[in-house]
Design a protein around this ligand. Structure first.
Ligand SMILES: NC(=O)c1ccc[n+]([C@@H]2O[C@H](COP(=O)([O-])OP(=O)(O)OC[C@H]3O[C@@H](n4cnc5c(N)ncnc54)[C@H](OP(=O)(O)O)[C@@H]3O)[C@@H](O)[C@H]2O)c1
Length: 244
């Protein structure tokens, strides 16, 4: 269903980004994905059609890393879909105790690096490319001890709103909701991951939005959990909106 789509996914070495790469590739898309850990990227692409998937080990927090991603991304240009899924959690402590270095680092990865990478990718995008930002419940409403992670995801929501107003194509925010990944396990060590949706469960809205010409309005915000079990290729309903 995505054989005509060229898709760039950040954070493809783990968790939600890994599942996005696998599912987009399984639907026939050309996919480029990036993350720091090459071993994680190689695990992600096991069993996939290697002619259609490119892995780029790079740190998007560094200018050099972002330039490497943008250079490699020329190979799949014009890009139809960008999913900004890479993210950093940082410490789970009250604001009063939040370490300054982590404050800057988490904001840098979750907001500044997204913005600066996106600037470099912009000339490589199709004129109506779909942009998906991976947000968080605490980015929509902050909660205690989520610190800069919550603040940065709120800032990411703001960045997506500005981009939606400027960019010709659709721009969406998707909140995965608690999902069984390494980041979630680090954030909630006492939680049983078996009680959470797996990354594969929350894919329907990400698949639907990656399809050409979705009818969702640019700037819409989605909760992936509303679409669990939905058929991504017919009608997906959630957030009181219809996408299809
Ligand atoms: N899981 C949840 O419950 C949940 C809920 C709401 C929102 N989210 C969001 O969903 C997204 C994916 O999270 P996840 O749960 O799948 O976490 P994860 O398994 O920890 O994956 C995070 C990804 O980000 C990449 N990354 C981190 N820093 C990077 C950097 N400097 N440069 C390049 N890549 C970097 C990591 O790759 P390397 O370590 O190899 O660099 C990894 O692939 C994040 O934006 C997260 O905030 C998750």
């Amino acid at each position: 269903m995505l054989s005509d789509r060229s898709i760039l996914v950040t954070g493809g070495s783990s968790g939600i980004g890994r599942e996005l790469v696998r599912q987009y590739a399984a639907q026939g898309a050309r996919v480029l994905t990036t993350a720091r850990r090459e071993s994680g990227l190689l695990e992600t692409i096991q069993g996939l059609d290697l002619e259609r998937v490119i892995t780029v080990p790079a740190d998007i927090g560094s200018r050099t890393g972002r330039e490497i991603v943008a250079t490699e991304a020329m190979r799949i240009s014009p890009i139809d879909v960008v999913v900004h899924a890479a993210g950093a959690l940082g410490p789970k402590v009250p604001l009063a105790d939040y370490p300054e270095a982590a404050w800057h680092e988490v904001f840098h990865i979750n907001v500044t690096a997204v913005h600066l990478l996106h600037q470099l990718l912009t000339p490589l995008l199709s004129p109506t490319a779909t942009i998906i930002g991976v947000s968080s419940s605490v980015g929509r409403r902050g909660r205690g001890e989520w610190g800069m992670y919550a603040v940065s995801k709120s800032a990411l929501e703001g960045w997506l709103e500005v981009l939606a107003d400027e960019w010709e194509g659709p721009v969406y925010s998707v909140n995965p909701g608690g999902t069984a990944t390494p980041m979630r396990a680090e954030a909630m060590p006492d939680e049983d991951p078996a009680t959470l949706p797996a990354p594969s469960d929350i894919m329907p809205i990400f698949l639907r939005l990656a399809r050409a010409h979705p009818t969702a309005e640019s700037g819409e915000k989605f909760d992936a959990r509303d679409f669990i079990g939905a058929d991504p290729w017919t009608v997906a309903e959630g957030n009181g909106q219809t996408v299809g």
